[in-house]
Design a protein around this ligand. Structure first.
Ligand SMILES: [Fe+2]
Length: 550
């Protein structure tokens, strides 16, 4: 109070900067007085340390309103650090992947691993574990299991309610979870509902959605009372379509925020994180202050984070400095009043033993991966540039009544790997194209079972043995030998190694996959990792066998 009254100098004062006031929509030349981790006052102040900000702009730290940290395949602290250096200081994460492998232990890992990082990490508790009734995952989380998170100070609500059809239909398992979290925020996943279903979904209490891919979808959800998180990540890019519509129609933006959902670290370093969303929106014609509001106060208001999202007395001192608002090039970032600097990398990690030992296969031999054929068979066709697949019924190569894989018709196998149930699904995959080898992964949405694609059984078996030995990850075998590997020993999803090492191993594996003939119109690893996802069209492979969606 004495500092705010001007009777005592503050610890640090950012002097003479142009302060972006996201509350009033103004930019005013002022000082910002900071003590410890808090903004004490804005106005004319002096401090024990004064940082000259003449000619610079001061913005609140940016907020990513929805992301999955596991998708980076590295320790969660690494993404937070790299994104923080680009201006994102708050992350609202949904540990959906970790929960589908390890249940509450997976959620707790993400919470613990992001305790001492240069960013505020809040958690939305995964709502769909397992993702569907057809999934063989590592855990089932019912409302009673989630109750312990209700009062957790870093839990803001219930994450990505993907089973939207069940919710609209009144499914009691989902509504028990919704009722439990009804005083918190419910994150949605509305997809392509018609108006009536959307009304029912919103009426259930769901308040946000990050799945809008068009301006029209965003507008419908906005009218219905939802916050729209505009997504721009590595795999899915929706910003241009939605923001262009907002500009064209002059729409109010106070219910729009930004998110990445999934964004690779290399892309964050190259193009920025939420800073990219702001920059691109300005390029598309949104006023800078409006874009900054979308990236800060709108998300803070949506999630009830009263101490974040603005530069005003009592807010946390998460401040970014910029030379120019239009280009939105971040010069430096302060988190809780301290300059964010690159760390020396990962220090000794403590990961609980069960999370490092998550691949549990029943005893198996080559007989497990044989596919008896009697006439034609449904083939899973990879579609170039997409994670969707198409079904065709074809006569496939065979020998002695069993499918005989080749470079055109690859064999795809999924081993249930959580409970050693012995379930193994075998199918035929076309347009992937691996030749003289096999490639495997435990990153396999949404249940993260062990998936392998190959043109011969020896290499498929070599991959399975290697994955078991590594405790999860990706590997590629040829001639019965392992030729490339990316160990992801934390739940089979994340590595204990530094992100530079993981990224180098991943790019080497992709290059090797190309040399083994994998279709150059697809990402060899991402395509593999989505072949089991039961919620997108048209035909998938799961431990229970070939699965037709819908
Ligand atoms: Fe998501």
């Amino acid at each position: 109070m004495a500092i705010a009254r001007g009777e005592k100098p503050a610890e640090v004062v950012f002097k003479n900067g142009f302060v972006v006031n996201v509350l009033s929509g103004e930019i005013i030349e002022q000082d910002v007085a900071v003590e410890g981790d808090k903004i004490i006052a804005v106005g004319n102040y002096s401090g024990l340390t004064e940082i000259d900000c003449s000619g610079k702009y001061l913005c609140p730290g940016l907020i990513d309103s929805h992301l999955h940290l596991e998708s980076t395949m590295v320790h969660p602290s690494q993404l937070v650090e790299q994104a923080s250096l680009t201006g994102t200081t708050t992350f609202i994460v949904d540990p959906h992947e970790a929960a589908n492998v390890a249940g509450k232990a997976g959620i707790n890992f993400i919470i613990d691993a992001t305790k001492d990082v240069p960013g505020n990490v809040y958690v939305m508790v995964p709502s769909c574990v397992p993702a569907s009734q057809y999934d063989d995952n590592g855990a089932t989380l019912l409302a009673a299991d989630l109750a312990e998170y209700l009062e957790h100070q870093r839990v803001l609500g219930l994450g990505e309610l993907m089973s939207s059809d069940e919710i609209v239909a009144g499914d009691s398992v989902m509504h028990d979870k919704i009722n439990l979290f009804k005083r918190k925020v419910l994150d949605g996943h509305a997809g392509s509902f018609d108006d009536k279903k959307l009304n029912a979904y919103r009426f259930s209490g769901v308040e946000t959605d990050h799945e809008c891919t068009t301006y029209q979808a965003a507008l419908r959800e906005l009218r219905c009372g939802m916050y729209v998180h505009i997504r721009e990540g590595s795999a899915t890019k929706n910003l241009d379509a939605i923001v262009s519509g907002i500009v064209e129609h002059g729409l109010t933006t106070n219910r729009f925020t930004f998110c990445t959902d999934d964004k690779h670290i290399s892309e964050i370093i190259e193009r920025g994180h939420i800073s990219y969303n702001v920059r691109r929106s300005i390029e598309l014609g949104i006023a800078p202050i409006q874009a900054i509001q979308m990236a800060t106060i709108n998300a803070a208001t949506c999630y009830g984070l009263k101490h974040l999202g603005a530069i005003s007395p009592g807010c946390q001192a998460d401040i970014i400095l910029l030379d120019d608002l239009e280009t939105f090039k971040v010069e430096s970032v302060y988190f809780k009043g301290k300059l964010v600097e690159p760390s020396a990398g990962l220090t000794a990690l403590s990961v609980a033993e069960p999370l490092l030992n998550s691949v549990h296969l029943a005893p198996y031999d080559k007989s497990a991966i044989q596919l008896p054929l009697d006439g034609q068979f449904p083939v899973i066709n990879v579609i170039n540039g997409q994670i969707l697949t198409a079904k065709s019924i074809e006569t496939v190569p065979q020998k002695d009544g069993y499918f005989a894989a080749d470079a055109v018709f690859n064999k795809v196998v999924v081993f249930e790997r959580h409970r050693a149930s012995g379930k193994v699904g075998v199918g035929v995959l076309k347009n992937y194209g691996i030749t003289n080898g096999a490639i495997a992964s435990t990153v396999s949405h949404d249940s993260h079972n062990l998936i392998v694609v190959g043109d011969n059984d020896d290499d498929i078996m070599a991959c399975v043995a290697k994955i078991e030995q590594m405790g999860g990850g990706y590997c590629l075998a040829s001639g019965g030998q392992i030729r490339a590997e990316v160990a992801l020993e934390i739940m089979g999803l994340m590595s204990c190694q530094d992100y530079q090492i993981v990224e180098k191993n991943v790019s080497e594996m992709i290059a090797l996959a190309r040399r083994h003939g994998v279709n150059d119109k697809i990402d060899p690893l991402i395509t593999l990792s989505f072949l089991s996802l039961t919620v997108i069209p048209e035909i998938r492979i799961i431990p229970r066998g070939v699965f037709e969606v819908g």
